[in-house]
Design a protein around this ligand. Sequence first.
Ligand code: SAH
Length: 470
Amino acid sequence: MKSEFKKDDCVTLHIEDIGTGGEGIGKADGFTFFVKDAIVGDVIEAKIMKLKKNYGYARLMKVLTPSKDRVEPKCPVARQCGGCQIQEMRYEAQLAFKQKMVQNNLERIGGLSDFEMYPVIGMETPYAYRNKAQFPVGEDKDGNIVIGFYAGRTHHIVEQTDCCIGAPENGEVLRKVKAYMQKNQIRPYNEEHHSGIVRHILIRTGYHTKEIMVCLIVNAAKASCLKNAEQLTESLREMDGMTSVMVNFNTEKTNVILGKKSEVLWGQPYIEDFIGDVKYQISPQSFFQVNPMQTEKLYAKALEYAGLTGNETVWDLYCGIGTISLFLAKNARKVYGVEIVPQAIEDARNNAKRNGIDNAEFFVGKAEEVVPAFYEKALKQVQDSEAGKSIHPDVVVVDPPRKGCEEILLETIVKMQPQRIVYVSCDSATLARDLKFLSANGYAVKKVQPVDQFGHSVHIETVVLLSQLK
Ligand code: SAH
């Protein structure tokens, strides 16, 4: 199709659909435009930014008639900041969008039809829910320190220290770090020149314990780069709940935020928090679910779907610091956990010990390497009843990162023949792909439960129960 449109033209669009990144989709003269910050039901004026053969990108200039789902975002920089994508959408509409996205992916990518899908479990108040934030630190053109968030798809830092989905304490922590940096002339990191010191500030908070960890990620190999660090720790310690002040070393030219090594400046090298009645130790590097209230609901579902009575053998793959493993261990005979980050496994083992759990065993490595190797080895020792039980578990739980599971892992899971597979997913497209494989190999998708862990973003967590076909 040849369009008459040119870059910088203004068009009037009726937004009729929403893309996977939360952008509004509208048509003009049969030509499709994607518009960030526009939502279904809006009539808008938009300026064309980029034209492709039969679609284009446009910038929202003016809302002519607002959608019934449009609300005023709570955050003043909601449009610039890349953290949230759909804050201008009523929360109930966000949930409906996510529900539909999961359903569509399972049907279209997964080719699934015969499953029970439950309404998404949403948050009561979708604000101040995150227990972890990583703020980039940089400088403006006049050399002033800027702390905030990256604008969408760029490394331009939007100043924002009081993010409304983050912990309320974050703002005070950031002001204290900034004051310390200014007083001691500690430069923020400059990505372009790979110079300067402070790259990011990581803050973790315990939802139940109210403990706080502050970790400065520095472009240096030694903590002495933070001169007069006691001024920083003294100031941070004035805050209730301050438990851990750390420094993490990252001298690489990389987008990866944390380096491999950390050191304590003051306090403990971790904070603690509860999920249900299990207490967890959390280090700077460890993965821990970011929304503690919703995580309890998510894990309760995973536990329900695992259907444990106390006699079961369970594998928990991608176990992080053993969060799900320990939750399950209380109701199972034995749990095996696998995780790629060694520090997380160290935390998992400590967490087991500290909670008096002695029926959980953990392995470091890639699930797609550890599990097949374990399976092959144990197959040779089947006369040993523990080996037999370990490779023919009752339940396998997987909770992979966004890219989902490698096929070799899914193949091994199928060979292990668990009665049930519980798939916890943070990306419904890769979930659908993996469910397609499992459905073609002896498992039926029974139940699908989305849980909203990430209000105002386009992300959604989903728990799925699969049963072995007899
Ligand atoms: N189940 C945990 C963690 C889930 S997040 C929880 O609920 O807290 C996914 C985890 O998978 C992360 O801890 C990540 O470090 C780990 N991971 C990523 N790739 C992996 C792989 N190939 N093998 C094993 N673990 C992996």
